[in-house]
Design a protein. Structure first.
Length: 73
């Protein structure tokens, strides 16, 4: 059985399919900042989600700001 939400480092991400462009995309859920990702395959979407979360956390660290924490565990 597959999950309808991606999970990584205490963040959750949506999974959506765009029929017109035939791509998968999503955004990190339950945070104020907009963090998005997309890919052509499910495996690619999972990697894009992980990369987006890691990039977000690295950017926050480099800028000296506190990253949004997910309000859902």
């Amino acid at each position: 059985m597959s999950e309808s939400v991606l999970k990584f480092r205490n963040y959750q991400g949506s999974i959506e399919y765009d029929e017109e462009s035939e791509t998968l995309h999503g955004k990190v859920l339950h945070v104020r900042d907009l963090i998005t990702y997309e890919a052509e395959t499910a495996k690619g979407l999972k990697k894009a989600f992980h990369d987006s979360v890691n990039d977000y956390l690295e950017t926050c660290k480099a800028e000296g700001i506190e990253p949004n924490k997910s309000w859902v565990s």
